[in-house]
Design a protein around this ligand. Structure first.
Ligand code: PPS
Length: 343
């Protein structure tokens, strides 16, 4: 794809995808068997790594019609997307908790790129594909307003008028906890199964050969636009520290006032122990239908802690990650909280 627009009125992204050779070779193809030896592709410019299925369909997202009353939530995966989407959807929908329980979050607040992590139908148990909460881009285009959409994509792969047209919330989480959480996600979700250990995963992650990497590409892409009036940046760790304050920030940003009673109901609704059992948000149905492993010790809404990485990284791995963080944050003014006393 090249050029900005073509005669048929379809916008073309400047981004081009090509296969990452190492991801088609051993040991990668054995470590990530869900990719069938076909590996992953990288977008240039930007370096964004994804499945070929995304590259084949990314024009649909790039060409979406952005509405002025849309809210788009952007994150690096495992950074609080589901938590923030739930609060945002409820704030945008007058705290309609009944509807939030009745309709699964993937339908109310769909993830634009999740359909393209791999070919879901390949992993669904027989007859279960149609029962899953999957919604296509065509269906998202027809959703009633206001829409609360989410994705893990950099701005380059999103409609070019997004930020000037709609409100965007970016949620960032310190990379150490995001890496650990993404590792467990790869152990849980069959679409991207990883068979190796955490240390090996970290190496591929830092080398930008894991789905959705490079981590800093997505985060700094948003951080660089932080003064844009349509962008709100939230941090997972701030949400852990004081969820009420972050709910108020979201409500002010969206111009959707919430009463003190509603705030308390929202806080209770997303309380971790309750949220992890909420089948409207925790993907139980999809996991049981074959997309994931039904493991009580590794669930989609898993631990919900800041600093869990300390139980996972050896001093050597931690040093490597510290160096990588320092190198990438140099001169950006961005700092991460990686430990919290009160949470
Ligand atoms: S995904 O797969 O990208 O959509 O995941 P995402 O929702 O971004 O992030 C999942 C992590 O967020 C934790 N989580 C929460 N923490 C605190 N409170 C609430 N309510 C909450 N909901 C989700 C979830 O447990 C994942 O983090 P880890 O560290 O794996 O527990």
């Amino acid at each position: 794809m090249s050029g900005k627009s073509v005669g048929d009125g379809v916008l073309r992204s400047k981004v081009k995808f090509s296969v990452i050779p190492e991801t088609q070779q051993s040991p990668y193809k054995e470590l990530f068997p869900a990719f069938d030896g076909k590996g992953l592709v990288r977008a240039e410019p930007g370096g964004f790594v994804y499945h070929q299925n995304f590259a084949d369909n990314c024009h649909k997202i790039y060409n979406m019609k952005v509405r002025s009353d849309d809210v788009w939530i952007r994150t690096f995966p495992r950074s609080g997307t589901t938590w923030t989407s739930e609060l945002t959807w409820l704030i945008m929908n007058d705290c309609n908790f009944e509807e939030a329980a009745r309709v699964g979050q993937p339908i109310r607040s769909p993830n634009l790129d999740a359909n393209y992590i791999n070919h879901w139908d390949k992993f669904a148990a027989e007859g279960s594909f149609d029962t899953m909460d999957i919604i296509t881009i065509d269906e998202i285009e027809k959703m009633p307003s206001p829409r609360v959409l989410k994705c893990h994509l950099p701005f380059d792969l999103l409609p070019p008028n997004l930020l000037d047209t709609a409100k965007v919330i970016y949620v960032a989480r310190n990379p150490k906890d995001a890496i650990v959480s993404l590792f467990y996600f790869h152990k849980l979700v069959n679409l991207c199964t990883f068979t190796g250990d955490l240390e090996t995963f970290v190496d591929y992650f830092l080398d930008n050969k894991v789905l959705w990497t490079p981590y800093f590409g997505t985060v700094l892409d948003a951080w660089g636009k932080r003064s844009h009036p349509n962008l709100l940046i939230l941090f997972y760790e701030d949400m852990k520290k004081d969820i009420r304050a972050q709910i108020k920030r979201i409500s002010t940003f969206l111009n959707k006032p919430v009463t003190p009673e509603q705030i308390e109901k929202l806080v209770d609704h997303v309380r971790f122990d309750k949220f992890s059992k909420n089948e409207s948000v925790n993907y139980t149905k999809e996991i049981k239908a074959g997309v994931g492993k039904d493991d009580p010790n590794n669930t989609f809404v898993r631990k919900g802690q800041t600093g869990g990485w300390k139980n996972h990284f050896s001093p050597e791995v931690n040093r490597k990650i510290d160096e990588w963080i320092a190198k990438n944050l140099e001169g950006t003014g961005l700092k991460f909280v990686t430990e919290l006393n009160d949470q």
